[in-house]
Design a binder for this molecule. Structure first.
Ligand code: PMP
Length: 376
């Protein structure tokens, strides 16, 4: 690093970033390597341990050569998503991951001086999305690591423009049901956009539904986002989608990248939507391994470890006794695994562990068991 690089951006003579951009801490992705560069098994980014649907992989390979631009409107993909979910494709917009759509939702409806609310221990992108359009992020208190509807509503002011709720929530895994979601929406003024981020919704037990899609159908101020990165196993292709009233979709279409979903990605996602068997297998695997892992932690007895109830493809383990999350993180890394430690998000006492294969979960539980036994 040269001395010039070490100076704060504002002290340099070149272009000056907007002050609200300087307040942003770049998103920290889940690690895949140890401090000395050795590759680790990645249980730090909530990816699908079963891989990708074979049909999606085949469609990706068969996609047209990439010298041509993709369909800018992702028409066939929106049609497939609409057919699968009972939604008019005109009410769907696709994005470069749901990350793009979350950012566009903030950018489209909030600006300098406005407020954007999310829950403490919410998804890190909400803070970035709010700040990058100059809005003020407002953090509502959680209720035992979950969304507290009353606390959220108590934060609403006349400057509130957007409320983000991940359901299930990341990094905690907590979930609120349809009655709470309906109450949250009913308590918001009509000019506030409620973004219900359902990145992990496909992991919910069959029949479980937070009612977000119904709210997005019935009201002009609800946007639901989904992703192909989790249960569909297409994180590397960066595809998400959002649904809501046509005026909301129109706003996102105006400000999104014109060719924001790749040719191969569109082809893969269309095939993935059609492979319900892969989705079911992934959900069943996750439910079984999550339950087994939670039971393994509980069986360790009274060592200060507990899991936050999760409806997603990861579990937040709290370290409230002698064994610290950081010590456990290092031991898990030494065993060859990356899990997520989030001190920057107010969780120095927790590890978020993605549900992997049975052997991977046994290995993680084995490390924790050894550590707690050693400390007992
Ligand atoms: N929302 C939540 C709650 C997430 O956890 C993630 C991924 N970590 C995303 C959105 C974004 O996913 P993607 O951009 O891959 O669709």
């Amino acid at each position: 690093m040269t001395p010039a690089d070490e100076q704060p951006a504002t002290a340099r003579s070149g272009p000056r970033p907007k002050p609200w951009i300087e307040g942003i801490h770049a998103y920290v992705p889940g690690r895949s390597r140890s401090a000395d560069g050795a590759p680790l098994v990645k249980l730090s980014a909530n990816e699908n341990p079963l891989g990708t649907s074979a049909a999606a992989l085949a469609a990706r390979t068969d996609a047209p050569a990439p010298n041509a631009y993709p369909d800018p409107d992702a028409t066939a993909l929106r049609t497939a998503i609409g057919a699968r979910n009972g939604i008019d494709p005109a009410r769907i917009v696709c994005g470069t991951g749901s990350d793009e759509l979350l950012n566009l939702a903030a950018q489209g409806f909030a600006g300098p001086g406005d407020e954007v609310i999310y829950v403490r221990y919410g998804f890190a992108v909400y803070d970035i999305a709010a700040r990058r359009c100059g809005a003020v992020p407002v953090v509502a208190p959680d209720r035992d690591y979950g969304t507290d509807v009353d606390a959220l509503l108590a934060c609403v002011t006349e400057r509130t423009r957007v409320v983000f709720v991940a359901n299930p929530n990341n990094p905690t895994g907590r979930y609120i049901g349809a009655e709470d979601m309906r109450r949250l929406h009913a308590g918001l003024p009509e000019n506030v956009l409620l973004v219900i981020d359902q990145a992990y919704a496909e992991y919910l037990a069959p029949g479980e539904d937070d009612g977000g899609m119904a709210l997005a159908t019935a009201h002009g101020n609800v946007l639901v986002t989904r992703t192909f990165s989790k249960i569909y196993g297409l994180a590397g292709d960066r595809i998400g989608w959002a649904t809501g009233a046509p005026p909301l979709i129109d706003v996102l279409n105006r400000i999104r990248g014109p060719f924001n979903v790749t040719l191969a990605g569109q082809a893969a996602a269309i095939a993935a939507v059609g492979d319900e068997d892969f989705v079911t297998r992934s959900r069943d695997h996750n439910a079984a391994e999550r339950a087994r892992f939670v039971a393994a932690i509980a069986a360790m007895g009274n060592h200060g470890l507990r899991t936050v109830e999760s409806e997603a493809n990861f579990v937040l383990v709290l370290f409230e006794g002698a064994l610290s999350a950081e010590t456990a993180l290092l031991a898990i890394q030494d065993a060859g695994y990356a899990v997520r430690w989030l001190p920057g998000q107010g969780l120095p006492h927790a590890l978020r562990i993605t549900i992997g294969t049975a052997a991977q979960m046994d290995a993680i539980a084995g490390v924790l068991c050894r550590l707690t036994d050693a400390g007992a």
